[in-house]
Design a protein around this ligand. Structure first.
Ligand SMILES: NC(=O)c1ccc[n+]([C@@H]2O[C@H](COP(=O)([O-])OP(=O)(O)OC[C@H]3O[C@@H](n4cnc5c(N)ncnc54)[C@H](O)[C@@H]3O)[C@@H](O)[C@H]2O)c1
Length: 385
């Protein structure tokens, strides 16, 4: 068995996602477990090279994790021939120029979603990566969540019969920043800075829907800004110009209707921060981040509408928990391992820039649907390449 080391340039690691999920819980965690195991028994360790705008913050971050390599110059990082992968978790707006630079330097590229702020940018990156022949990938973490993996298991096992509909509820209250600090960065609430819940969440819903149920063929959405003014990290009020809630209907290949609410202006009365109810002819399921519950047709109650009587069914007690049956690893880390194998031994990786572009395509269509007050039909993206 041999162990090799892959250099990974990580841009945006001072941010929420870059630091917690990608540096600490993925790249450093992979090294702690002895690297990524390849098919032939060899292992790959990762050497992070931190990149960002502030040398002082990078130095502190690198020191706190015992990392030797950091620089405030992306060009300098890209000049290291051992840095084979470029990873980007910067604010969305900064993504296209940095990833373009990395592809032009011949690096394999792995990035947070959305891959770009608009469809033209996302498609441009997909074409550039394809033409340069570099491996490319986009984070699609929700697919690796235990709850969604259990849902996939149910689908693969034929549990649902014919799937009819999907109903998703996502969101929680994000504080306005005045009397309690906001728990998400303020750029998310400014359209001019790449914010907005449609651009943020519709790419997630696109890959969840297309991976589990079918391609999105049409979208109807209403995006709104419920809270018009918020207070930023410096305690300064600012106009919230981006949508902070979106109410969407996605029509899928095969006739399945998915309806998903996404909101930063709702209070949670669910078991988990996101939940999907799937109704099929033979059974239904409710899947969250970790848990999944089912009701088979044979266990379906027969309620009768009578508002004059108190409810005589404990509806939620009539569902059955789907067991784990396996050990679920952190989803971000699991996808990192998959991308490293894709680079090191060319194993398949379906979560590529073309998939990322499909997410931005649906988000852009959602915003257009809302602005024009109409249903938007989506052509298969192959027709655009
Ligand atoms: N996969 C997921 O579930 C998920 C969740 C949240 C965010 N994201 C994505 O991750 C990316 C980063 O989001 P975040 O919540 O970590 O943001 P954040 O504000 O916490 O971090 C942003 C990072 O980008 C850097 N940056 C570069 N140019 C910048 C600029 N011009 N202005 C401000 N910061 C700049 C910052 O220094 C910081 O390191 C976004 O594209 C977002 O869509 C993905």
């Amino acid at each position: 068995m041999t162990t090799r080391t892959l250099g990974v340039i990580m841009n945006g690691v001072t941010g929420r996602m870059g630091h917690r999920q990608h540096l600490v819980r993925s790249v450093l965690a992979i090294n702690e477990q002895g690297g990524v195991a390849l098919g032939d028994g060899d292992r790959v360790l990762l050497r992070p090279i931190l990149v960002g705008r502030s040398a002082a913050r990078l130095r502190t971050l690198a020191r706190s994790h015992g990392i030797d390599d950091w620089t405030a110059s992306l060009a300098e990082a890209l000049s290291d021939p051992a840095a084979e992968i470029y990873f980007d978790a910067q604010v969305t707006q900064a993504r296209v120029p940095a990833v373009t630079q990395a592809i032009e330097a011949g690096r394999h590229v792995y990035v947070e979603k959305p891959t770009a702020e608009d469809f033209a940018g996302a498609m441009g990156l997909a074409r550039l990566a394809r033409d340069a022949g570099v491996k490319n990938g986009v984070v699609q973490d929700k697919l690796f969540l235990p709850g969604l993996r259990k849902l996939k298991r149910l689908i693969d096992g034929g549990f649902f019969g014919r799937v009819l509909s999907v109903r998703g509820e996502f969101g929680y209250w994000v504080f306005e920043g005045d009397w309690q600090e906001a728990q998400r960065p303020s750029w998310n609430y400014r359209a001019e800075d790449g914010g907005g819940i449609v651009l943020d969440m519709f790419p997630h819903w696109t890959y969840v829907l297309e991976s589990l149920f079918g391609r999105v063929e049409a979208v109807t959405a209403r995006a709104v800004t419920h809270i018009p003014e918020r207070v930023d990290e410096a305690g300064k009020p600012y106009p919230a110009t981006a949508d902070d809630a979106a109410y969407g209907i996605f029509e899928l290949d095969g006739g399945i209707i998915a309806q998903i609410n996404s909101s930063w202006c709702t209070r949670v009365d669910r078991d988990e921060l996101v939940e999907f109810q799937v109704d099929g002819t033979h059974g239904s399921a409710v899947a969250g981040l970790r848990e999944c519950r089912v009701q088979h047709r044979a266990g379906t109650p027969k309620p009768v509408w009578n508002p004059d009587e108190p409810a005589d069914h404990g509806f939620r007690a009539q569902w059955q928990r789907v067991p784990d049956n396996t050990v679920f690893d952190n989803g971000f880390k699991a996808q990192w391992e998959m991308f490293v194998r894709h680079v090191a031994e060319d194993t398949p990786f379906p979560h590529d820039f073309a998939a990322g572009a499909r997410g931005v395509y649906v988000a852009e269509a959602g915003l257009r649907s809302s602005a024009e007050g109409r249903r938007i039909q989506l052509e298969p993206l192959d027709d655009h390449t």
